[in-house]
Design a protein around this ligand. Structure first.
Ligand SMILES: NC(=O)c1ccc[n+]([C@@H]2O[C@H](COP(=O)([O-])OP(=O)(O)OC[C@H]3O[C@@H](n4cnc5c(N)ncnc54)[C@H](OP(=O)(O)O)[C@@H]3O)[C@@H](O)[C@H]2O)c1
Length: 244
């Protein structure tokens, strides 16, 4: 499936309990070329076949460092997928106006969508091989594009993904100096039928609401087509580059 990674590649999925993350974990586990899949979640322990579960919490850097220590014992990591994210909780949802802004809610969204993935990069880009192809990919969102923003609203979520996109570009620049064969990319999955999108699916045509399995296949197809020259960009599920 990921022909641009070495045989027996080692993969880690952060957010394996989520809609898209679970589907991507399953797809990688089914890939005969994949040697080992670490499925990261807030509750993960145990193993089944080549799948190993690992616990982490984006708001606990020590847990991310511990996961890196454990996974790094087995050798380099060729694929890191960050599929975590937050848009709403029982207490808050996306803002329609500046009047809806709430410092605690905004801090929570930034902690999960921006700072958490950055901490994963901090600990896991070190595990990417220096002399073999590798991919670090993070689920972003088209609404994080500043140039594409014509509707406004969703202030915290949009800002968190725009900041994430800047980090993706920064990590790609650093990788180019330190790991020339590695790719760092953001991905927009389209509208996918998960807990995150559930309250916002009204008005989405059935053909544009993807199942998590379909989204996973599309996104892995997009990653399969990337080369190091494509690093530092955000790509949609159909392979199109998303403008900044
Ligand atoms: N669904 C869409 O239509 C859509 C569209 C555009 C972009 N995206 C992006 O795609 C990504 C995945 O979304 P999804 O639709 O699959 O959402 P989801 O089903 O709600 O999954 C979110 C995942 O994030 C994890 N997570 C949240 N807070 C965490 C924390 N503190 N520590 C560790 N894990 C944490 C959740 O873990 P728990 O199970 O423990 O809560 C869950 O695994 C997100 O970045 C989202 O912004 C989705």
């Amino acid at each position: 499936m990921l022909e641009n990674l070495p045989d027996n590649y080692r993969a880690v999925v952060f957010g394996a309990s989520g809609g898209i993350g679970a589907a991507m974990t399953q797809a990688l586990t089914a890939d005969p070329r994949c040697g080992e899949v670490w499925a990261g979640s807030r509750s993960g322990t145990g193993a089944q076949g080549k799948r190993r579960n690992v616990r982490f919490d984006l708001q606990d850097e020590d847990s991310i460092a511990a996961a890196a220590g454990l996974i790094g014992e087995g050798g380099p990591v060729h694929l890191v997928l960050v599929t975590t994210g937050l848009l709403h909780t029982g207490h808050f949802g996306p803002e329609r106006s500046w009047r809806d802004l709430d410092a605690a809610a905004m801090a929570q969204i930034l902690a999960i969508n921006t700072i958490g993935p950055a901490l994963i990069a901090k600990h896991f880009l070190e595990l990417v091989p220096r002399d073999a192809p590798a991919i670090f990919a993070v689920l972003s969102a088209r609404v994080g594009s500043i140039g594409d923003n014509r509707l406004g609203g969703w202030h915290s979520y949009r800002a968190s993904k725009a900041a994430l996109n800047m980090l993706i570009r920064n990590f790609a620049i650093e990788l180019k100096m330190k790991r020339k064969l590695a790719i760092c990319a953001g991905l927009h999955p389209g509208t996918v039928d998960t807990k995150l999108s559930e309250p916002f699916q009204r008005g989405v045509p059935e053909t544009k609401l993807f199942s998590p399995d379909h989204a996973a296949q599309q996104l892995l197809g997009v990653l399969n087509a990337l080369t190091p020259a494509d690093s530092g960009q955000v790509y949609a599920w159909d392979g199109q580059r998303i403008e900044w």
